[in-house]
Write a protein that binds this ligand. Structure first.
Ligand code: FES
Length: 109
């Protein structure tokens, strides 16, 4: 396994152009996205009031919160619309075999 990367799920668990929530024992939930075969990982909960983003609406590379319709850029985590003003955390992802892994403690750029 790659050092610093945590297995999240199998690639086959995330259908193309959908997302799932992954619950880990010692980390807040993660949202894992499959955008046209490319995988991404962000915080699993909206930064406004903690709605589960896996219940939200995927629009290209944006996720819309199911509660108050804030939108976030999945690639950057950027909060694009109110009422969310705080960006999502974004985790670097890599694929090894059929596993999706993410670095949950990325160092700042
Ligand atoms: S909880 Fe997501 S916009 Fe309010």
């Amino acid at each position: 396994m790659s050092q610093g990367f945590t297995p999240l799920c199998k690639t086959s668990e995330v259908a193309e152009n959908t997302l799932i929530q992954v619950d880990l024992p010692d980390h807040p939930p993660i949202a894992v996205y499959n955008l046209g075969g490319e995988y991404f990982a962000t915080s699993g909960y909206c930064t406004h009031a903690d709605a589960a983003l896996c219940d939200g609406y995927l629009e290209d590379d944006k996720i819309e919160c199911p509660w108050h319709a804030a939108k976030f850029d999945i690639r950057s985590g950027k909060a694009l619309t109110f009422p969310a003003t705080v960006d999502l955390d974004v985790y670097p992802v890599k694929i090894e075999g059929d596993q999706v892994l993410a670095d949950l403690n990325p160092t700042s750029p």
